[in-house]
Write a protein that binds this ligand. Structure first.
Ligand SMILES: [Zn+2]
Length: 316
């Protein structure tokens, strides 16, 4: 509201009856509700937003009724934040996500229990983690990294437990190493894939829909990438990426993707090993932080949590 309009609004307050005064007073005293994007369609039947009619309020949120099927919804229906309580804590919680706090520290910073802080982490990340580059063109770097398999938090272990955060029993790419393929375009569009297996078929399935046929794919020359390039006709630039060795190929290198791996790994150390079943959420969390860089704010996290991605970064 501009200053003039605000002045006018203030003078009009005098005309309120004593009874009417209590409504704006309560509204001003209520905790600020998080900024939520408007619904673009009915979350139940995908009818256009024009088919949604305001239908009262529920728990501080505007409710809508869909004229198609007469069901109701609000801006959070179908998202990780649906029916999540304590909305006045969400913004603080997003600050904890931005800072990458551990569950214990996030709980303390936001005045939540540890269980709630853990549950919220995965509610906020559920949709955000799906915001990944959909199409990459130009010069693209791809390389894999590995995370130790972890059954953290699971009661029934499918194998003998390892020490917390532990060391792999098989060096390198043993069966307890989970491969994660990271693909990065030169303007920072990033996609990552937690693969069941690092073989040609899995790499093909991951890269096929992502990489433009006119693209130039830079890799360390591993057979899985060569096979992908052969079968799709994508130009493949093999670059030497041994540690400590300078790359002389000019535009063709995999330094960006390798730098991304190392930022991801060093950021993840604070969690002391993450459960493999939650790994996609952590990968998505890191990707979200990288998308917004220093400019990230709590309302970006809330928008991401309700399914609104930063469009130019995911290239859809
Ligand atoms: Zn509907």
């Amino acid at each position: 509201m501009d200053t003039q309009a605000f002045q006018r609004w203030l003078t009009q307050l005098n005309q309120l009856t004593p009874r009417q005064r209590s409504t704006p007073r309560n509204a001003l005293l209520a905790p600020e509700s998080p900024s939520l994007p408007a619904l673009r369609q009915c979350p139940h039947c995908q009818a256009a937003a024009s088919r949604l009619a305001p239908w009262g309020w529920s728990r501080g949120l505007r409710r809508y009724r869909c004229r198609e099927r007469l069901h109701t919804c609000n801006a959070l229906t179908g998202t990780g934040l649906a029916r999540l309580r304590k909305a006045d804590h969400w913004s603080n919680y997003c600050d904890a996500l931005i800072e990458g706090l551990t569950v214990r520290r996030a709980a303390k910073a936001c005045g939540l229990s540890k269980n709630t802080a853990f549950r919220w982490r995965h509610r906020f990340l559920a949709l955000a983690a799906g915001h990944v580059a959909q199409h990459e063109s130009g010069i693209i770097e791809a390389d894999e990294t590995f995370f130790l398999e972890s059954f953290k938090g699971q009661r029934q272990l499918p194998r003998v437990p390892r020490q917390r955060g532990g060391v792999s029993v098989t060096r390198g790419t043993g069966p307890d190493q989970i491969p994660v393929l990271v693909v990065r375009g030169r303007s920072g569009q990033t996609a990552d894939f937690q693969l069941d297996k690092l073989d040609a078929a899995h790499v093909q399935r991951a890269l096929g829909p992502l990489i433009d046929t006119e693209a130039v794919l830079c890799t360390d020359g591993a057979a899985v990438y060569a096979a992908f390039a052969r079968s799709t006709g994508v130009t493949h630039q093999v670059v030497q990426a041994r540690p400590g060795r300078r790359v002389r190929e000019g535009a063709f290198h995999i330094q960006n993707v390798n730098a991304y791996h190392s930022r991801l790994k060093s950021w993840m150390t604070r969690f002391h090993g993450v459960a493999t079943r939650y790994l996609p959420n952590y990968l998505g969390w890191r990707r979200m932080l990288e998308r917004y860089q220093q400019g990230i704010r709590p309302d970006h996290c809330i928008q991401e949590a309700v399914g609104r991605a930063m469009q130019h970064a995911i290239g859809t």
